[in-house]
Design a protein around this ligand. Structure first.
Ligand code: B4P
Length: 184
């Protein structure tokens, strides 16, 4: 399975991706996690990404796309993958399409997590990561509306919409049921 997860900040993309990756036995590839790992190692890429992440803005496309292309070239991604947090813009989606086309591949589905702004503000404030303060969260939500919303139209032919409010396990079951019912 080659899947993309889309949803507002704090929708639980990372949480669900982890569970889904285990069940499908494919790697969980999160651009947020890749940036944070680079930051921890103090790479040039990590230090550049930090400036954007701290403000809740998107890291520039060239940096992000090159990083994902590299990761998708690893041998474990040949059997499938769950992309969490990428693409976040139609431009990134175009780049992903090119990367996959070169390998003769396509995405199976794009899972959209639906959740209210206020629910995610509470979840993220409770987590308290460095980019989880209220002003930055509100900016991330605005960036989602401005930059990521057009993706839903872009992927309309393979979109699977899931209600992301509830218990983690319950939401995972909803995802697999929705994937099974595709085209039904
Ligand atoms: P990400 O790391 O992708 O983070 P996110 O969207 O905020 O979180 P996610 O939806 O994965 O929520 P999570 O499961 O963690 O992005 C961070 C930053 O990286 C971006 O702002 C941007 O700067 C940069 N970036 C990433 N990708 C990029 C790209 N493609 N292009 C450019 N820049 C990019 O869950 C959040 C919290 O909710 C957790 O505490 C979790 O435990 C809790 N939770 C999850 N599910 C729950 C549930 N069902 N009930 C209650 N709590 C729940």
């Amino acid at each position: 399975m080659r899947l993309v997860l889309v949803g507002p900040p704090g929708a639980g993309k990372g949480t669900q991706a982890e569970q889904m990756a285990k069940r499908l036995d494919v790697p969980h590839i999160s651009t947020g996690d890749l940036f944070r790992a680079n930051l921890k190692d103090e790479t040039e890429l990590g230090l550049e990404a930090k400036r954007y992440m701290d403000a809740g803005n998107l890291v520039p496309n060239e940096v992000t796309v090159a990083m994902v292309k590299d990761r998708l070239g690893d041998s474990d991604a040949a059997k499938g993958f769950i992309l969490d947090g990428f693409p976040r813009t139609t431009s990134q989606a175009g780049s992903l399409g090119e990367i996959l086309k070169d390998k003769g591949l396509e995405l199976d589905a794009v899972v959209q997590f639906e959740v209210d702004d206020e629910v995610v503000v509470q979840r993220l404030l409770a987590r308290g990561r460095s980019d989880d303060n209220e002003d930055v969260i509100r900016n991330r939500q605005q960036v989602y509306r401005d930059e990521t919303f057009p993706l839903l139209q872009y992927y309309a032919d393979r979109l699977v919409v899931v209600d992301a409010v509830g218990e983690v396990d319950e939401i995972t079951e909803r995802v697999f049921t929705a994937l099974d019912n595709r085209g039904a």
